[in-house]
Write a protein that binds this ligand. Structure first.
Ligand code: SF4
Length: 418
């Protein structure tokens, strides 16, 4: 290996990959059975770069050559940038070297499209296959699926990768038409459907035959670029909700558009999407997946954008004061998790804690509840805070005045989820 050339390729292809945020790696159950290297069974320890992106995986493109010209993408064919491509063996060697040195715990591999979808996908699959079969690598592998690749290649990819993902790219077909005219949602839906069906099939086989091979055990995910096209948060979250329900996605990633071009179809070069918008979308996504919220409760015709000042759960509570206050000593778990300042784990602690006696503010604080937010929405066994009849606007003002919102003052390193 020519070290200098490899280093140069690495700098080009790791830099090009940083725009893809779909690299979280939890959820895999791959064990180290064969005295090989690594074990993805406990998920991967994530670390975050200054701008909040995950770097615990070796995250690279196989190449930044591309036959397509998606306006929002730095690798688009019309962009005058330095191009590079790894060989299959180079990616395998880099992964093994970095893994042995403890720099990484897995590989996140995406690619521009050389020549055609099959030509590119075949190389991605060969890398994963070599790692698994020749090097007995049991670390985490996330492969991007190239829309248009054959079912045979997709099937093989799922045998070696922990997670597969197909990028939706933009939230609507109209957005794709505008900025990525070579693409349409149908091309992305086909592989997503294939992956979904294959996962179900392999799970059924596994119940019958213990030794049946795994297929993408960490499931599939997708990513949307936010802010390159004018969709509002309602359109974005409705799209996410549809794809969660229709394709059993594990995650939808929201990647704030980073201005890469002065193309007049795109927002200006100085209009990067604020990190806080990305964070609010992740928080809303979390509400749909773990807190029992329907997407219609989070955004609607009258509220098509998430409030950037406060998190979406607080925003919902303020718009729905008729449901509050709830009595923390009596309410169901499903209601308690809807209270601002109370997460799922804290809500469970409340439900088990109250078996031993009535809970007051001190108990709630000891359980880690953000009482400064929750107190506007609950009553408990205590008179310390007398709940006054406050309007939603007043409650928001009080909470904002008290809050030390890190989002508005500085870029966060990691998401805070309520
Ligand atoms: S196909 Fe992918 S890599 Fe190629 S220009 Fe479009 S987004 Fe970029």
């Amino acid at each position: 290996m020519n070290d200098e050339r490899i280093r140069e390729k690495l700098s080009i292809l790791a830099d090009a990959a940083k725009y893809d945020v779909s690299c979280a790696s939890s959820g895999s159950k791959r064990k180290n059975h064969n005295k090989g290297l690594g074990d993805a069974s406990n998920g991967i320890c994530h670390t975050y770069t200054e701008d909040g992106r995950c770097v615990s995986l070796l995250k690279i493109l196989l190449t930044n050559h591309c036959i397509f010209d998606c306006a929002y993408c730095v690798s688009r064919k019309s962009n005058d940038i330095k191009r590079a491509a790894f060989t299959v063996q180079e990616v395998v060697d880099l992964t093994m070297n970095f893994y042995r040195r403890n720099y990484i715990e897995g590989l996140f591999l995406s690619s521009g499209i050389f020549k055609d979808a099959d030509f590119t996908m075949e190389r991605l699959v060969r890398i994963a296959k070599k790692l698994r079969t020749e090097h007995k690598f049991n670390g985490y592998i996330h492969l991007k699926s190239i829309p248009g690749a054959s079912d045979e290649l997709m099937r093989e990819a799922g045998l070696y990768a922990d997670r597969l993902s197909v990028n939706l790219e933009l939230p609507t077909e109209a957005g794709l038409k505008l900025l990525a005219p070579d693409k349409n949602q149908k091309d992305m839906i086909k592989p997503m459907n294939f992956i979904k069906n294959e996962i179900i099939l392999r799970q059924e086989e596994k119940t019958l035959f213990k030794k049946a091979p795994l297929f993408a055990p960490a499931g599939q995910s997708t990513q949307m670029v936010i802010g390159a096209t004018p969709e509002n948060d309602r359109q974005i979250l409705y799209t996410a909700n549809h794809f969660y329900n229709s394709f059993n996605l594990k995650r939808v990633y929201y990647s704030g558009y980073v201005p890469v071009s002065n193309d007049n179809r795109l927002p200006g070069l100085s209009s990067a999407v604020p990190m806080v918008r990305e964070n609010r979308l992740y928080q809303a996504d979390w509400l749909m997946r773990f807190y029992g919220f329907n997407v219609r409760e989070i955004v609607d015709q009258n509220n098509p954008h998430l409030d950037l000042d406060i998190d979406p759960k607080l925003s919902w509570a303020i718009r729905n004061l008729q449901h509050f206050p709830i009595d923390i000593n009596k309410a169901d778990l499903q209601l308690i998790v809807r209270v601002p300042g109370i997460g799922v784990e804290s809500a469970k602690k409340i439900v088990s804690g109250r078996k031993f006696g009535k809970l007051n503010w001190e108990h709630l604080k000891a359980m880690g509840i953000a009482v400064n937010r929750a107190r506007y929405f609950i009553v408990c066994n205590s008179q310390d805070f007398e709940r006054r009849e406050l309007s939603g606007t007043k409650i928001k003002q009080f909470i904002l005045a008290e809050s030390q919102s890190k989002y508005l003052k500085q870029k966060p390193n990691q998401l805070s989820l309520f």
